[in-house]
Design a protein around this ligand. Structure first.
Ligand code: P1T
Length: 384
């Protein structure tokens, strides 16, 4: 089966057993608990909705398929999924993370888990050969985003995973920016994939959700335990919303990418644009690796404007169609200013070190007609 087929069918199989209703759309099972005939034997493995729910199970089966994984786990947000991965760690453990991760991920690392005694190093190992410089005997996880948020750096997932495996270090890839349609980190050797499903996977700005996919049975047991022990699970209603979004994931990803390429073409020719970050550009630093490990470049584009903070604000506030908003990967185009929005919790000196300037803009290219997207950018650029 191919991606667009299993995105629609896996987990959504109609129940044609006697008594089954044959729904072609998975029903929303709102029951919080499940009655049993025998004290020691739950009905069809279902006990209590925190540990398992039929709508969430349907989604989780689908999620595993999307990443070519054996297991999928749905959480109440992307950050809840990340939190549960960090719960694999203990006091004294060390994590090496790519430097320009999503600001909220960095905040969770430095302001929550660091307090519990987990040690973090932020480094640019987009050249995988540099990674060993940052490893310590206590290193338990190498944390990647590829492409990163917001500079769209590309990490060689296969090389990093190979090196980490020899040292028994887990590799985690936040695959939110690529989507499982364009990149499958488990196939490249990573141990754990995480997504903010609020983004491409859900795609409609109507559900906050996160997920984790793995192949390893022991890791799967840990996440199953954590879902029940911690309780940050996805609700049945949001599981339904996400399952619905996934049915059009391949269609949406094609259009996001097609539109993004045209937007990049427009921006490249514009005199007010100083620099563009897009993995599909041949001069983008990680382009060669992106070409190797991704089957497309998705719809995220970052760029720097000529000028200063005031110019950036003027440009953003002149847009009419494209909303200034956090989030990304959704049908409507969204634009934001990382320094004052998604990455404002990163201290200024760290932002400067990473390259998150005051004139950096991040655009999530939606699936509207691309002429309207470009038209809006054009009229706003004329105002600065
Ligand atoms: O928002 P939430 O579903 O909790 O996901 C967190 C998260 C995790 N990983 C990446 C790469 C992300 O971009 C995010 C959320 N990011 C935004 C809200 C944003 O505008 O960048």
């Amino acid at each position: 089966m191919k991606f667009s087929t299993y995105a629609i069918h896996i987990g959504n199989e109609p129940n044609l057993q006697p008594g089954g209703s044959g729904d072609v759309v998975i029903p929303i099972h709102l029951s919080t608990t499940f009655a049993r005939k025998k004290v020691n034997r739950p009905t069809q493995g279902l006990e209590y909705s925190r540990s398992g729910n039929p709508t969430r199970f349907a989604l989780e089966k689908n999620l595993a398929a999307l990443e070519n994984g054996k297991f999928g786990f749905a959480f109440s947000s992307g950050l809840a999924a990340i939190t549960n991965i960090l719960f694999l760690l203990q006091k004294g453990d060390h994590v090496v993370s790519i430097d320009d991760v999503y600001g909220g991920t960095r905040r969770l690392f430095t302001q929550v888990f660091a307090k519990c005694g987990v040690d973090f190093t932020f480094a640019d190992f987009s050249n995988s050969a540099d990674l060993s410089k940052f490893l310590k005997p206590a290193t338990k996880i190498v944390w990647m985003e590829s492409p990163t948020n917001p500079l769209l750096k590309i990490i060689d997932i296969a090389s990093v995973s190979k090196l980490a495996r020899t040292m028994k270090i887990l590799t985690v890839v936040d695959n939110t920016f690529a989507s499982p349609f364009f990149q499958k980190p488990l196939d490249l050797g990573a141990d754990i994939v995480i997504h903010s499903m609020t983004k491409y996977i859900g795609g409609h700005s109507d559900a906050i959700a996160g997920c984790v996919m793995v192949n390893d049975d022991h890791l799967a047991e840990s996440f199953k335990f954590l879902q029940n022990a911690v309780g940050a699970i996805l609700s049945p209603f949001d599981s339904f919303q996400i399952l619905k979004g996934i049915k059009t994931l391949s269609l949406r990803m094609h259009t996001h990418e097609e539109n993004a390429k045209k937007v990049v073409g427009f921006l490249s020719r514009h005199s007010r644009i100083k620099k563009i970050y897009y993995p599909g550009l041949i001069y983008h630093k990680g382009h060669k690796i992106a070409e190797k490990q991704m089957s497309g470049y998705a719809g995220m584009v970052s760029f720097e404007l000529q000028g200063n903070l005031k110019t950036a604000v003027k440009f953003l506030e002149s847009l009419k169609l494209i909303s200034i908003a956090e989030s990304l990967g959704v049908v409507e185009s969204l634009i934001e200013h990382p320094a004052s929005m998604t990455h404002s919790s990163v201290p200024k000196k760290d932002r400067e070190k990473i390259g998150l300037s005051d004139t950096l803009i991040r655009l999530s290219v939606g699936i509207e007609d691309v002429e309207d997207i470009i038209g809006d950018l054009d009229q706003a650029l004329q105002k600065i």
